[in-house]
Design a protein around this ligand. Structure first.
Ligand SMILES: [Fe+2]
Ligand SMILES: [Fe+2]
Length: 365
């Protein structure tokens, strides 16, 4: 032990820097916060901007390896220039020209697409081909082959959500192109819908499928019926008439890392405010309204996409007294629940709602 000269905290700090060591006593608040302090910002992308961008890309950008999906990702300004909507979720609008094929591939990122306008297009997932209709939810579980194509003269457009940021954070991405442009179709048309689409009944000779949802596509007509049925009997003070898409054999979410919802805000509804850990990406599907996030009002109408960061206080408004508004959304809640990190609380104020202090303006900031 050498004690030939007196030590100082400055010398200690320098030694630590050289040795790539950092003292907790100088970083504690930063790395072990009292509460979440996400870099992800509440944000909104308008349908006009999304559609215009996608349409122009449809004319200018061809689909070849390096870009075998014409997808335009939401880049949250809090994600340091990366194409991430939140710290766990990647979300995009995808455009497929008429008679075009988005080639087959597979990856370990879990994926869904929510169809805005299917226009004669299809998706094939592990040999099961489904035609895409407005409001359908299509699943691509991890490492399943999938390709998309169009059989019409018209373009198709949909929303994609994947857990790419999480997958990259975990250093777990794998990707493989299929040797063929389109995989062989081996199932009957809409087979998974016909086999598993009535969730409370399943083929008697089969065991429940628990590792992933047996249902590849959740058809809009079924979602719509479930929404109307639920709206006639029950609602939630924070989310009004909200449905979670589930694996019909487990009741669990459609993906291990995120879950999907369709919710109806009945005419004139203004929900109570709450907050919870986990981030969400929403798409206004029908109607118009607003979501107030940490005091800022985000006005939305059909096609707009917006982000609610973790622990941000939020409430939803459908100001229209005559028409319902519909929101499709994706939440990383299953991840937080599985890891014991889920927490939620109601907003405390005399009426359970926030004071609006700002209005979000598209294209500013
Ligand atoms: Fe993919
Ligand atoms: Fe919420």
């Amino acid at each position: 032990m050498s004690t030939t000269h007196p030590d100082s905290t400055e010398q200690l700090r320098e030694a630590m820097q050289r040795r790539r060591l950092i003292p907790l006593w100088e970083m504690e608040a930063e790395i072990m916060g009292f509460r979440p302090n996400p870099t992800t910002q509440p944000w909104l992308w308008s349908w006009d901007d999304l559609y215009d961008t996608a349409e122009r890309a449809g004319h200018l950008v061809t689909m070849e390896r390096g870009g075998d999906r014409r997808a335009i990702a939401l880049a949250n300004p809090g994600q340091g220039g990366r194409p991430y909507a939140t710290s766990t979720l990647w979300a995009a609008v995808q455009w497929l020209n008429g008679h075009e094929i988005a080639p087959a591939h597979r990856h370990t990122s879990q994926a869904i697409r929510f169809i805005i306008d299917g226009a004669g297009s299809y998706s094939t997932v592990e040999g099961d081909r489904v035609h895409l209709g407005r409001g359908d939810l299509v699943l691509t579980p991890p490492w399943t082959w999938h390709d998309h194509g169009s059989e019409s003269d018209e373009r198709a457009i949909w929303m994609d959500v994947l857990d790419i940021p999480l997958n990259n954070f975990l250093d777990a991405p794998f990707f493989e192109p299929h040797p063929e442009q389109s995989q062989e179709v081996t199932a009957a048309p809409d087979e998974s819908v016909l086999k598993y689409g009535v969730g409370q009944l399943r083929p008697a000779w089969e065991a429940p499928i628990t590792d992933r949802s047996p249902l590849q596509t959740y058809k809009w007509r079924d979602t719509q019926r479930a929404l109307a049925n639920l709206a006639s009997v029950a609602s939630d003070p924070f989310d009004d008439v909200a449905l979670e898409y589930t694996n019909p054999h487990t009741g669990g979410p459609v993906m291990k890392t995120f879950t999907c919802w369709m919710q109806q805000l009945r005419p004139g509804t203004h929900t109570l405010a709450h907050r919870h850990t986990g981030s969400s990406v929403y798409m206004a599907f029908e109607g118009h309204g607003a979501t107030i996030i940490d005091g800022t009002r985000f006005q939305w109408s059909a096609g707009d996409m917006f982000v609610i960061p973790s622990w941000a206080t939020h409430e939803h408004v459908n100001g229209d007294p005559d028409a319902p508004a519909l929101l499709f959304s994706v939440h990383d809640t299953p991840l937080l629940k599985a890891l014991g990190k889920h927490r939620s609380e109601a907003h405390e104020s005399s009426n359970g709602r926030q004071q609006v202090t700002a209005e979000f303006v598209v294209g500013e900031g």
